[in-house]
Design a protein around this ligand. Structure first.
Ligand code: AMP
Length: 445
């Protein structure tokens, strides 16, 4: 199967070929013809499967082949709306739309909270064909009468499950009520749930359903290690591990925003350069930290699950669970960022006694037992000399060794040469003011 067999225009094929893609991924092979046929779609695919291109390419094809109807005031209308749960994902999706559509005459705009609204208002006065937005800021514009959604032909809900987890359901319903009845709806989720089922039932009209296999979290290229360690010695062990092998590009997950900030300070005391990314950080701080991490000038990025979710930071050599996630599926999302595309990677979990139940839930989900690793001595004043680690989980039933999920083929490495995004961002100035919906969602993290 090649991109040209899928019915996409030459301009789009040229852009993906230049991006270095040689053939479509499984989600693309299934979703592209389904979307081109014009029907609704319910698609299960995680970040890393190529899902963004799977809806972006046919969307661009459709918009560039159909003629544009002018609105009553003679302006060209916004024709496609892509909603994402986080600002980073919105920025990433807009960058992809821009890149894949670089040989087409379509304008893309991204809008999210945490940056000044005025430049966005100015951009909305010009031509915008495709709008990528987070729900809160979009509703701010609706309230101020600066956006018109009455000509939307295609709606994409990207990572809809995460939007629901973040409490965006009322915002989504509000936005849906502003769209024309006649439109194509594409709903993407990573994990199916009753909430997704309910949303799909109310939104989609006889959808085609697609689900691609999850990445195999137990791929040979990911070494999963668990260190048993007292909670208050975790940071010491982390610093030791980072220093011992001079780790670079380490993505560390903490459960809370407070925990992320505290860890950054503690690592700084150990002279390890780290920055945090979470919902309380201003947009400019988040963008700055992510850019430094991606270009290799930041050694450690500390993130909460929500902030990191959907980010295209993959093929990392080291992912560390400083805290285990409350939701076992998040473990799979977290460690799926390492060891991709044949590169070897390590996923390390620092587990203290009160996290054993969380570990048991994870082992149950991945149907694999993760043995405790023994730490030799670490830390300047460490009193631990090859401390034997007792496995205190013996009472727990042994999970089977069978991997839980079938394998989706890893993606080839991204082309190193990427053109700088020319997407309209609506202003870079950060007013550090999270929009209303984010504030609501953040309270629970
Ligand atoms: P996504 O699942 O959309 O977050 O995409 C994950 C990564 O896969 C991104 O870096 C894309 O650039 C890359 N990608 C998407 N489609 C392909 C493809 N057909 N071949 C190779 N890489 C791809």
């Amino acid at each position: 199967m090649s991109f040209s067999n899928l019915g996409l225009s030459n301009e789009i094929i040229r852009a993906v070929t230049e991006r270095g893609y040689t053939k479509p991924t499984p989600i693309q092979t299934q979703a592209i013809p389904a979307i081109l046929s014009g029907g609704d779609l319910l698609a299960g695919a995680q970040t890393g499967t190529g899902k963004t291109a799977s809806f972006t390419l046919p969307l661009l094809h459709r918009l560039s082949s159909d003629s544009v109807k002018s609105t009553s005031n003679g302006c060209s209308p916004i024709r496609a709306l892509i909603l994402t749960p986080t600002r980073e994902l919105a920025a990433q999706v807009a960058e992809s739309v821009h890149e894949y559509g670089k040989y087409l005459k379509l304008n893309t705009m991204v809008m999210y909270g945490g940056v000044s609204i005025n430049p966005q208002k100015r951009l909305l006065k010009g031509r915008v064909d495709i709008l990528v937005a987070t729900p809160g800021r979009l509703l701010d514009h609706v309230q101020q009468g600066t956006v018109n959604l009455s000509n939307i032909e295609v709606l994409v809900l990207d990572e809809a499950d995460r939007m629901l987890d973040m409490g965006f359901i009322r915002d989504i319903r509000r936005i849906l009520s502003l769209l024309p009845k006649q439109r194509q709806n594409l709903l993407f989720f990573a994990t199916f749930s009753d909430k997704i089922k309910a949303l799909a039932a109310g939104l989609l009209n006889r959808p085609k359903m697609i689900e691609v296999a999850r990445r195999n979290v137990t791929a040979d290229t990911v070494a999963q290690k668990v260190y048993k360690i007292d909670r208050d010695r975790k940071r010491q062990l982390l610093a030791h591990l980072i220093r011992q092998d001079n780790w670079y590009q380490v993505l560390v997950f903490t459960r809370t925003k407070y925990g992320a900030d505290r860890l950054v300070k503690q690592l700084a005391e150990e002279r390890i350069q780290a920055l945090a990314i979470h919902g309380n950080k201003s947009q400019s701080a988040r963008t700055h930290a992510l850019a430094k991490f991606k270009n290799g000038t930041l050694q450690v990025l500390v993130a909460t699950d929500i902030a990191a979710r959907g980010l295209d930071i993959s093929e990392l050599p080291h992912v560390v669970n400083f805290d285990l996630p409350n939701v076992p599926e998040d473990y799979v999302h977290r460690i799926g960022r390492t060891g991709r595309a044949g590169a070897s990677g390590e996923a390390i979990s620092l587990v203290c006694a009160d996290e054993y139940d969380l570990l048991a839930d994870i082992e149950k989900l991945i149907e694999q037992r993760l043995p405790f690793e023994v730490v030799a001595s670490f830390g300047a004043n460490s009193h631990t000399k090859s401390e034997p680690i007792l496995d205190e989980r013996k009472h727990r039933p042994q999970a089977s060794k069978r991997p839980a999920h079938s394998t989706a083929k890893p993606l080839p490495q991204k082309s190193a040469k990427q053109s700088a995004p020319r997407t309209l961002t609506g202003g870079k100035k950060s007013d550090a003011r999270p929009d209303a919906s984010r504030r609501r969602a953040n309270r629970s993290r």
